[in-house]
Write a protein that binds this ligand. Structure first.
Ligand code: DAH
Length: 341
């Protein structure tokens, strides 16, 4: 037994360990559960009592030596590896070029286009606020107390007394503008709006609208129609046609909804236009005289038109996007497809 210990000690001392594989091999050979040292510990049971003390000491010494050898060589190898990694790092190499510089969100691209189109015909841009009181979001816009749009299901109320809401429409900006400016007024107001809707491919609890407002002494429905025709042609191409269908909004009289000829099938019929050849893109009308009065403008002297459209809807038509949720998920694979100057 003592011979075996001495031999193994000598082996441990003289063995040169060249690489990591060899290190692992020796660790298993010497120190694993079935390794040579463990076998010696098993044999220790049969050592006569009078020798136990001496043999035991030598056995422990052997185990310590083996462990120290393995650990110290391991440390050397690890150090070598980290210096190798550092020296193979060439700090003078040029950077890897990014193949994708940042791009604008499709909603921003379309919003900017809308602003550009209307600014060419003299519309300014007005900002509103996303947290509104009841007056600006509803009451001033002729939306009576019991109107369904006021239902808690549609509107996010953030305070009940006084009633404060996340605006449900950018029409609220009209009220601020008419209260604070004198006609002539010719402005558009893009911005985010909120509705308490279940999120799906066609609806979201947040989306974007652009409101348009024109107030002057001689504004007629013909002006409204011509302005919107100009917009449709600029946005969707010169061949685009529009049609106005009578509709209802509390703050306009008369009111209409505007369709454009389907940009996808060119009127032949497809699933986007539900085989009608037309797609609805906005609501509009002549500002109700009561709304002018609510905002301190004399309806005997001034008239006006207003319109409101969803930016998501225009963007979906333009880029043939089928799911509204894509706009808010910020998936880079979606976003990087859009480029703009
Ligand atoms: N605010 C309306 C909505 O959210 C859109 C709208 C319709 C705005 C007609 C207008 C308008 O200014 O005249 O559905």
């Amino acid at each position: 037994m003592t011979d075996k210990i001495s031999n193994l000690l000598a082996e441990i001392e003289k063995t040169k360990i060249e690489n990591k594989a060899q290190l692992e091999e020796l660790r298993i050979k010497w120190l694993s559960k079935k390794g040579e040292i463990s076998v010696l510990f098993d044999d220790f049971k049969i050592v006569p009592n009078e020798l136990k003390k001496e043999v035991g000491q030598r056995l422990n010494e052997l185990k310590i030596k083996a462990t120290e050898k393995i650990n110290s060589v391991k440390e050397v190898f690890e150090q070598q590896e980290s210096t190798n990694a550092a020296s193979s790092l060439d700090l003078t190499l040029p950077g890897i070029p990014l193949n994708q510089i940042g791009s604008k969100h499709p909603l921003s691209i379309v919003k900017n286009q809308i602003i550009e189109i209307f600014s060419k015909i003299g519309f300014t841009v007005s900002d509103g606020r996303e947290i509104e009181n009841d007056w600006h979001n509803f009451s001033a816009l002729n939306t009576p107390e019991n109107h369904p749009a006021r239902d808690m299901q549609d509107t996010f109320y953030i305070n009940l007394n006084p009633e404060m809401v996340l605006r449900t429409q950018t029409s609220s900006v009209q009220v601020h503008i008419m209260e604070s400016q004198k006609p002539p007024i010719r402005t558009i107001s893009p911005g985010r709006v909120y509705r308490n809707e279940a999120i799906s491919a066609r609806a979201h609890c947040q989306f974007h609208q652009v409101e348009g407002l024109y107030i002057d002494e001689q504004v007629s429905f013909a002006d409204l129609k011509q302005t919107l025709l100009y917009f449709a042609k600029e946005m969707f191409g010169v061949e685009t046609e529009i049609r106005l269908r009578p509709s209802y909004f509390p703050f306009t009289e008369p009111s209409a909804e505007m369709d454009i000829s389907c940009t996808i099938c060119k009127g032949k019929g497809c699933n986007v236009c539900k085989y009608t050849g037309w797609v609805e893109i906005l609501g509009c009308g002549m500002v109700d005289p009561q709304v002018l009065i609510n905002c301190g403008i004399d309806p005997e002297k001034y008239k006006g038109f207003a319109f409101g459209m969803g930016i998501e809807r225009i963007t979906m038509l333009k880029y043939r996007i089928k799911d509204l949720r894509l706009f808010f998920e910020n998936d880079v694979r979606f976003l990087k497809q859009f480029t703009s100057a």
